[in-house]
Ligand binder design. Structure first.
Ligand code: AMP
Length: 623
């Protein structure tokens, strides 16, 4: 009994020490806008020593217990150190950008406080770019507002195209619904604007959105901004990440890439001063993409356990279901096909079809938002087709029925990510909702049910959390170069397996999906036939056992292999993934070690340096 009492007394004393440390540190921390690092460290040491002394007065501390208490206080101190760094007065600012499919957002960290920068009193701007008749460009709200007048020259959804091939079946499906024209050039999608000689890559469209956000930030800060952290869905593959980086470069930004759920987790984590370990699930359902991540947060350290999602699942898909339904209903009722002429060769028919569809989609999107708070609404568009006025009742129930398969898919993907994280749903402590589409009641209901009635967390702002976290990361990344330590740190994982094609067209995985990054893995291959001088490597990412059904990233040849019998010459293939998910491949012939190293060449389909430079010039011309 005595022993138990002693143990209890020690536990209580340790907790008291921790409370004392936090209260004292907080008091000094709040008293000034910013503390010199040496001053903060001195405070930590003094308060820490007093905490230990006080504890020793209460109980007998063993050497081990004292060590444990000091370690605990050091962890708390690291958080203060990081927060203090964010408050440091700065001459230059790095910004955080959430480059969304439908909406984008920019934030900056000023003296420890994150400011989501407003534009015309709104904190998000539509990711829309309009090429105007006078050769100027509008971005954001101004572009979206005039979309109905010039649908073929108003571009959105660039994020759905970026880093994809023209032959991608998702691109083909999307093209059916876009009012603007996309053509293929060497299997690269290009956007064609009526009256323009040039065609535009999706990178250039995204660059315009990024450029606009950069300008908003510069105006707000009254300073030039060149450094940024740009977020991408966790499920973005290597070429989508590279292309996003290229878009930033065209916009005049030196950007680092960060996964959206990780960014949201940073925003979420900042609310906590505790250093207890928590398993957090980030459920991010936006306009175009769905991302799920399971992370472990402890004392400022964010450890991503598994990620998953769908690069093509979100609010726009829900809107499309509504549009299809409305077309069907009107067809049944009146025999009128509101979608007619979509694929017509006649430019006038095609133009009026795209205008009609755009108007229907726009109203559907607005009414969908309304259906999150009411159970019924009406889709009204005057003179949608000549003198025909659209006026259809639309209930929340119909919306849910139309999208049930999509909603269930979200839950299935969530379950898969929890399994990948080697956890059970009961291990998840917090479920954090991000993205505009998480306001849909049915999604919340299905998610709560899946987690056995667990409450969902909506404490972070669903629209701003990603940009918020990116701003914090930007301040830490760019503001801390001269500092040795880095306390808030993130360890991410690879979204897809990486490997090479081997004999029989099979995919030989070198780095499995959900491997922690940065990482480097080596695999050995041998020559296949006698006197083989050259080995061709094709690099893929994806989960299919057949290489051809995965995404090809590039290929290269390793030549100069010494003459030998089949299997005698060995080649080491090393794959390295950097912390932002960008990767390199090196092949070394063992017998000539050190002399035959080849790095994977520029991405297939990626913009060359020359192309980026000329896109940059073109971008500036449009001012
Ligand atoms: P995000 O990409 O996170 O900005 O999310 C934008 C998507 O969220 C768009 O498809 C919006 O239509 C959708 N959205 C925003 N608010 C709501 C709402 N109240 N109910 C349903 N969907 C919404």
């Amino acid at each position: 009994m005595k022993k138990e009492e002693d143990e209890y007394a020690v536990k209580t004393a340790l907790l008291d020490a921790r409370v004392y440390y936090n209260e004292e540190m907080e008091k000094h921390f709040q008293a000034k806008d910013w503390l010199e690092q040496a001053e903060l460290q001195k405070l930590h040491e003094e308060i820490g020593d007093t905490a230990i002394e006080n504890t020793k007065k209460e109980v007998d501390l063993t050497a081990d217990q004292e060590k444990q208490l000091r370690k605990l206080m050091l962890n708390l101190y690291k958080r203060y150190d990081d927060k203090n760094l964010l408050r440091k007065p700065q001459d230059t600012y790095a910004i955080g950008i959430d480059l969304g499919t439908t909406y984008s957002c920019v934030a900056v960290c000023i003296k420890g406080k994150v400011k989501v920068i407003p534009c015309d009193e709104k904190t998000t701007i539509p990711s829309y770019v309009a090429f105007n008749a006078d050769n100027s460009i509008s971005v954001g709200e101004a572009a979206k507002d005039q979309a109905f007048r010039r649908p073929e020259s108003t571009i959105f959804d660039a994020k759905r195209l970026i880093g994809r091939k023209f032959s991608d079946k998702i691109v083909k499906q999307d093209m059916e619904l876009w009012p603007f024209q996309v053509i293929g050039d060497n299997d690269q999608p290009r956007i064609k604007i009526p009256g323009h000689q040039n065609t535009y890559r999706p990178e250039e469209i995204s660059a315009r959105v990024l450029f606009h956000l950069k300008k908003i930030a510069e105006e707000y800060l009254n300073k030039t901004v060149t450094n940024a952290v740009v977020t991408v869905p966790a499920y973005f593959n290597d070429s989508q990440r590279q292309a996003t980086k290229d878009a930033a470069e065209i916009a005049g930004l030196n950007a680092k890439i960060l996964n959206e759920p990780t960014s949201a987790a940073i925003a979420y984590d900042l609310q906590w001063t505790s250093d207890f370990k928590r398993n957090v699930l980030i459920f991010d359902l936006g306009g175009g993409t769905f991302d799920v991540a399971v992370l472990q947060i402890k004392g400022g350290k964010i450890d991503v356990k598994a990620i998953g999602g769908d690069t093509h699942l979100g609010g726009e898909d829900f809107d499309n279901e509504m549009v299809k339904h409305i077309i069907e209903v009107v067809k049944k009722k009146t025999g009128k096909d509101l979608g007619r002429g979509r694929n017509s060769m006649n430019p006038e028919e095609k133009r009026s079809a795209s205008e009609r569809l755009r108007r229907i989609r726009s109203v559907c999107e607005k009414q969908k938002r309304l259906l999150s708070s009411s159970t019924s609404t009406t889709i009204i568009i005057d003179r949608i087709d000549e003198s025909y006025d659209l006026n259809e009742q639309f209930t929340r129930k119909t919306f849910e029925d139309l999208n049930m398969a999509n909603f269930k898919k979200c839950i299935e993907i969530t379950a898969g990510v929890i399994t990948d994280a080697k956890m059970k749903k009961g291990n998840i402590e917090d479920i954090v909702l991000i993205g505009g589409s998480t306001r849909i009641p049915k999604i919340r209901e299905l998610l709560t049910k899946y987690f056995g009635g667990k409450a969902l967390n909506s404490t972070v702002n669903a629209d701003e959390a990603v940009a918020y976290g990116a701003a914090v990361q930007a301040a830490l990344e760019y503001g801390k170069r001269d500092e040795v330590s880095k306390n808030v740190w993130v360890s991410d994982v690879t979204p897809l397996s990486l490997g090479v094609e081997i004999h029989g067209g099979l995919m030989s995985v070198i780095i499995p999906r959900n491997t922690r990054v940065p990482c480097s893995k080596k695999s050995q291959y041998a020559t296949l036939y006698d006197w083989q001088k050259v080995v061709n490597f094709s690099i893929f990412e994806g989960e299919d056992p057949l290489a051809k059904d995965n995404n090809k990233l590039g290929e290269f040849k390793l030549s100069g292999i010494p003459i030998a019998r089949a299997g005698e010459e060995k080649i080491d293939l090393t794959m390295e993934v950097e912390s932002d998910g960008i990767f390199h491949v090196t092949a070394v012939c063992r017998s000539t070690r050190g002399t035959k190293t080849i790095k994977i060449e520029a991405h297939k389909g990626r913009m060359s340096k020359k192309e980026i430079t000329s896109a940059k010039k073109r971008n500036l011309k449009f001012h």
